[in-house]
Ligand binder design. Structure first.
Ligand code: ZN
Length: 655
């Protein structure tokens, strides 16, 4: 038996009803799936109004940032997902973090990676698992704070660090996201049973004790009988990610289907040991019996051979569910086989990914030649998916969303061109399918409150509806303005309201500023409501966006020392590539980093990540960003804000 307590700000008791349900579900789920029971009498959660991190475990007293710890009318779906994640995460820390913990600060990644892995299993059990996996991979590819972007910048990436100036440097996208992928890959490599035996050994051997990274892996080696030397060395002690390509070949006469995997190995580096989950798929979209594998790639080049494949497979579905962290490309896939995969792959993740590869072809063409047009083939496949009523609503939003991020990481820092390419693709969809988009939008009822028993209900429909809204509103027509306003008026959830306001703040609708000001008056007294409003302000793409941000900063109710608010206002602009990559935007980033550094070095440092790819920018932009980085390095004190100063200097050094 365990007593659960929640310490909330005065008057917020009602807002804790759902989080308490999530906490109860977490405790039971951890007991059942992780075979762990809390040993204390009371488990207490304390809401923290001001925090740079989502939560922090302390034996018996967990803190969670109030914006995530309470669920109310201002909680959007992303907040609800985050609340599920952070609540189970902090509870799991009792086992991995409190009762068994790291030996040194260099092993801190271990506590986080293992705990995030448990948190992700909980998420997959509580929501649609492919929806959750797609959501996680979005995090991996996040252009600002995602680990791939951090690694591309070339200043960080090692999971086990070789030094640090400040403990905060040990906790970032690499620790939480890349490291959690390492635990996921470990499970794929040694199998579920081996993993279970390994972790049971770890938590019993080091119960109420400390363990090092090496001791953690020894448990899994003992339990599985496999050597994890190569796995450990490359994933933990080297920066960078594997870039894998596959080429496939089928000989009808002999029934031999072979796949050659290649990974790029940089000079002075050894190859990664990584798992590739795959199967061959037939023309009806079914896995060909006996072809499912977890192929372990350890060498620079390796071949996988299937014998007795009597009919040519439609395609090989490889790297299912993003089975390894890095990039993957099927080098001899044809547009036809990729289209087939987008229609038929039984692995939902790969189906979406196939569509993204086709979109990436369109994007790359537009990046290189902005006057090019969208291919009719791509448009007709898009239309097919749009009108496919049988597609689960967990997948459809991911299929229809036009990403700004390219899959081909060579173009990851072409920010201005990526914005233009995305708009062009969205406009082409709008022109061709406006009626269908409107019909689908109208057919999705996200307003009727009696349909929702829990705030989770309808989460996928809301995501889809708001992606449709973006596709419709991209034309900035008067009819779209009316639709945005109607959506706002009819909305009964924070998610719908925020999406409508964001669309409004990107439009030329005459009511824009008046309505946004009305929303300020209604929401600014509420911690989370005001944060949502600030996200809307900084998500704007009209000429007055920087003036609007300045106005917010000067309002008496705004407090730059409140991390929830400064994150909402500043990080939303950092992600707003259309506006931040203008000369005004670049200056704004530098000014804000300098102003914020002595107040909140963590948010200031995250904001500075905007400039992490300075070396990959085109010459004119690069010159401008370098000048601002020099100004930051001059203005931010090396002694008072070593992290931010060091980060700016590191970006400059590489160039
Ligand atoms: Zn944690």
């Amino acid at each position: 038996m365990v007593r659960l307590e929640y310490l909330v700000p005065p008057g917020a008791v009602d807002d804790v009803r759902i989080p308490m349900e999530i906490l109860k579900a977490s405790v039971l789920w951890i007991g059942k799936s992780q075979d762990y029971e809390y040993t204390g009498e009371t488990y207490r959660t304390i809401c923290m109004n001001k925090s740079n991190f989502g939560g922090m475990e302390n034996v018996g007293n967990t803190t969670i940032v109030t914006d995530a710890a309470l669920i109310n009318e201002h909680t959007p779906d992303t907040g609800l997902l985050y609340a599920h994640a952070v609540i189970v995460h902090e509870f799991e820390h009792n086992q991995c973090g409190s009762e068994t913990t790291m030996e040194t600060p260099f092993d801190v990644w271990l506590n986080e990676a293992y705990t995030v892995d448990v948190e992700r299993q909980f998420m997959a059990d509580n929501f649609d698992p492919s929806f959750i996996r797609l959501f996680q991979v979005d995090g991996i590819r996040n252009p600002l704070l995602g680990p791939l972007a951090i690694e591309d910048a070339g200043h960080a990436g090692r999971i086990v660090r070789d030094g640090f100036n400040d403990p905060d440097e040990l906790i970032d996208g690499v620790t939480y996201v890349k490291a959690a992928e390492v635990i996921r890959m470990l499970r794929l490599i040694i199998g579920d049973d081996g993993f279970l035996r390994g972790k049971t050994l770890y938590f019993s051997r080091y119960h109420n004790g400390n363990a090092t990274t090496g001791q953690f892996f020894e448990c899994f080696e003992e339990a599985s009988g496999l050597s994890l030397e190569q796995f450990k060395r490359e994933w933990l002690y080297t920066a960078g990610y594997p870039r894998v390509t596959a080429s496939t070949q089928y000989e009808a006469l002999s029934g031999r289907y072979s796949i050659t995997f290649r990974q790029e190995v940089k000079q002075g580096q050894a190859p990664f040991h990584l798992p590739i989950v795959l199967a061959l798929v037939d023309d009806n979209g079914r896995d060909i019996g006996g072809t499912e594998r977890v192929f372990q790639l350890r060498e620079p080049v390796a071949e996988l051979v299937y014998e007795n494949i009597t009919e040519a497979p439609a395609f090989a579905s490889m790297n299912r569910d993003y089975s390894f962290y890095g990039t993957f490309r099927h080098s001899n896939a044809t547009p036809e086989s990729i289209s087939l995969q987008a229609r038929l792959d039984p692995d939902s993740y790969n189906r979406v990914d196939a569509m993204r590869q086709l979109t990436d072809h369109e994007r790359t063409r537009l990046l290189l030649n902005p006057d090019d047009t969208i291919s009719p083939h791509w448009l007709s496949l898009y239309g097919e998916i749009l009108s496919d009523r049988s597609m689960p609503s967990a997948l459809k939003p991911y299929f229809l969303r036009i990403d700004e991020q390219p899959l081909d990481r060579a173009y990851a820092a072409w920010y201005q061109e990526l914005v233009a390419a995305r708009e062009k693709i969205m406009l082409a969809v709008n022109r061709r399918y406006r009626d269908e988009l409107l019909e689908l939008f109208a057919g999705l009822d996200t307003y009727t409150t009696s349909k929702r028993q829990s705030p989770k209900d309808g989460i996928e429909d809301r995501m889809l509806k708001n992606i449709l809204l973006e596709l419709i509103a991209i034309d900035d027509s008067a009819a779209s303005h009316t639709l945005i306003l109607d959506h706002f008026k009819a909305a009964t959830t924070a998610t719908d309201r925020i999406a409508a306001l964001l669309a409004l703040n990107r439009s030329s609708a005459p009511q824009r500023r008046t309505l946004i000001e009305e929303v300020y008056l209604k929401w600014h007294m509420h911690l989370s409501g005001y944060a949502n409003y600030l996200r809307v302000v900084a998500g704007g793409t009209r000429e007055d966006v920087f003036e609007m941000i300045e106005t917010e900063k000067n309002r008496p109710g705004f407090d730059i020392r409140q991390p929830t608010w400064s994150r909402a206002l500043f990080m939303s602009m950092a992600a707003n590539n259309k506006m931040v990559w203008t000369s005004q935007g670049i200056r704004w980033v530098a000014d804000t980093v300098i102003e914020l550094a002595p107040i909140n070095a963590i948010t200031s440092g995250r904001l500075l990540n905007t400039f992490q790819h300075v070396n990959s920018l085109k010459p004119r932009l690069q010159e401008c960003v370098r000048a601002e980085l020099e100004r930051i390095a001059r203005s931010v004190s090396r002694t008072e804000c070593p992290t931010v100063h060091g980060q700016a200097s590191a970006y400059l050094e590489g160039s």
